[in-house]
Design a protein around this ligand. Sequence first.
Ligand code: ADE
Ligand code: ZN
Length: 335
Amino acid sequence: MKAFIEGMPKAELHVHLEGTLEPEHIFALAQRNGIELSYKTPQEVVDAYDFHDLPSFLTIYYAAMDVLRTEQDFYELAYHYFEKAAADNIVYVEPFFDPQAHTSRGVEFATVINGIARAQEAAAATLGVESQLILCFLRDMSAQSAMEHLEMALPYKDKLIGIGLDSDEKDNPPSKFAQVFAKAREHGLKLTMHCDVNQKDIHEHMWECLNEINVDRIDHGVNCLDQDDLTQEIVRRGMGLTVCPVSNRFVVQSLTSKEIRRMLELGIKATINSDDPAYFRAYLTDNFLELQREGDYTLEEVVQLNRNAFDIAWLTDADKQRLLGKLDRYVARAS
Ligand code: ADE
Ligand code: ZN
């Protein structure tokens, strides 16, 4: 099982590039950019990772980003993640980035997106990792700021596949961003939003995602199982969910293996993802391995979760079939 999971060609649809910033890289960037850190070693940084809910994670996550200043910094951030992805046999990824977390520190939008886009091209050419980028708005900032950033992003539209919504969910409902998401849709961008596990008003947020925003996917979304009518609507729409088991453990003390199995039983298109792997100390293969162990998942369940990711990816049908073919051949060889 372990070797099978490690070697399986995978897709990842929920990973924040800023959440792949490794402590060693924080140190290297701080030195290059002349920034003094309050930690003496990368291990001290890891030791300070004390998350128990979303806000306690976000405080540490945003503070560390201060070392990211130049286009080369963003290139390296993304390229290091793509190297990890290649080691996990990820062949396709739709990574998130948070431009407002950088423009608010005086870093130009162009610096961020050009560095990431250059890394995407290099990763496809040299590592065989294909990707399409999702711009996330920070929901604890204003709708006006989100709109300003959408305007900034439109000249770079060909570098984006979709728009997401992340950061602190409390009292920041999807409806706050209805106008900006409608405009993104008019420009042909796909739409997704975080519905993080066990957040305040989570069921209302999920309903707003479905009925007011008309999202194409939901990030996390585990709480759809709490209400029958919500569950049924997710099933009826064939709505994809990007679940993050190790990330969930910081909030609900479980990898939610029971919930994810229930989703599979219901035919919900659940997928497995790493969210912020440098912080939660688990990349995609680790998430699959730990989930399989906790839930004693069968090979078929593992493959189905990974197949779902290719299925709900924002790819053309031809590209989906091409990548699913890789998975099918791998499964056929292994069995
Ligand atoms: N930003 C980075 N990771 C996040 C998460 N898991 N939830 C909300 N916002 C985030
Ligand atoms: Zn996330």
